[in-house]
Design a protein around this ligand. Structure first.
Ligand code: HSE
Length: 342
């Protein structure tokens, strides 16, 4: 049995979702892949930190995280800062699921650089570091002979990045268009059913779809961050947030939504990346799509991505775009793609 030691940053929705799946899948991960995962350190900004070389019980961590406080747990070391944890704890993979800052990418980028430079694999769902520093982090990982997994940064555990980076790589992706934010698609769906905007947003927050600050969702920044990631990862073009023409959904009223309905259309917040003749055009904006467009049929927190390729025409992937288990699953899948290859 190969025991993989995990150090975790962030024990919010995503971190807890990951631990839940890890615990539910423990027997099959051992039986199928001969892999046993041991959480040797955890650091959460609000809940505290602990480290123990013998591993911390995942069940105990989940119980403590549900109460929002790790202080009742026993461990050999407590109260380590993230820097101390990364310097002193012996671990194999950094599981980075802290909050996203799309402007600075910090503090997550610093932690990820530190882990990669010390030859540790990194798996992350944090959009900031990948949107801002993908090329640098990827080459740092390569220089150090380790891997960085970031599937959960776009469409949670739905394998949008995997599909684009692997199967479709040689098919020449020319344009990408999709619904990249679960919160706004959920709100638009609820509004179509007659709910007021504020009520629908509160529900999205309760269900764990929205960012810590939902302005990022409703103003289109979150979707724009994903557009930036897709552009650098799949189109080989590092752009920045300010290169993305961006408009959110806050100006849309129940009246706009009903009017579109009566015209056989549906408003969707659509991200587009288009490469042509050496230039790249990227945008996030609400569009009233005709019901014949497959993206118009994607409802609730579900996301979708359409790749326009040279050899296959359009390929569309529809699936979860946000949520605790859905994003937690991306971390597990990233872990397996690192260790199943070894
Ligand atoms: N707040 C994001 C969304 C989470 O609603 O899609 C996933 O990135």
């Amino acid at each position: 049995m190969n025991t993989i030691r995990l150090a975790m940053i962030g024990l919010g929705n995503v971190g807890q979702g990951f631990l839940t799946i890890l615990s539910e899948q423990k027997p099959s991960l051992e039986a199928r892949y001969g892999l046993n995962f041991s959480v040797v350190a955890v650091n959460d900004l609000r809940m505290g930190s602990l480290a123990d070389v013998r591993g911390v019980s995942v069940q105990d961590l989940l119980t403590a995280a549900a109460k929002g406080d790790l202080s009742a747990l026993t461990a050999t070391e407590k109260g380590l800062s993230v820097e101390e944890m990364l310097d002193r704890v012996d671990y194999d993979v950094l599981v980075e699921a802290s909050y996203t800052d799309l402007q600075s990418g910090e503090p997550a980028t610093t932690y990820i650089r530190k882990a990669l430079s010390s030859r540790k694999h990194v798996i992350t769902t944090n959009k900031g570091p990948i949107a801002l520093h993908y090329a640098e982090l990827q080459s740092l990982a390569e220089q150090n002979g380790v891997q960085i997994g970031f599937e959960g940064t776009v469409m949670s555990g739905t394998p949008a990045i995997f599909l684009g980076m692997n199967w479709l790589k040689a098919a020449e992706i020319q344009r990408i268009q999709g619904i990249f934010n679960g919160t706004t698609n959920f709100i638009l769906t609820q509004m179509e059913a007659g709910k007021e905007y504020a009520e629908a947003l509160a529900e999205a927050q309760r269900l764990g779809y929205a960012e810590a600050d939902p302005t990022g969702d409703v103003e289109g920044y979150d979707a724009a961050g994903k557009v930036v990631i897709l552009s650098s990862v799949l189109m080989g073009r590092q752009i920045s947030l300010k290169d993305v023409e961006r408009q959110g959904i806050t100006h849309l009223t129940l009246n706009d939504i009903q009017k579109a309905q009566s015209e056989g259309k549906r408003w969707k917040l659509i991200g587009t990346i288009e490469a042509s003749e050496g230039t790249i055009k990227a945008s996030v904006k609400p569009l009233p799509l005709p019901l014949s467009n497959p993206l118009s049929q994607v409802m609730g927190a579900t996301n979708a991505i359409t790749y326009m390729t040279r050899y296959l025409g359009e390929v569309t992937l529809v699936g979860a775009g946000a949520g605790r288990l859905e994003t937690g699953y991306a971390l597990l899948a990233d872990l397996l793609s690192i260790y199943r290859k070894e």
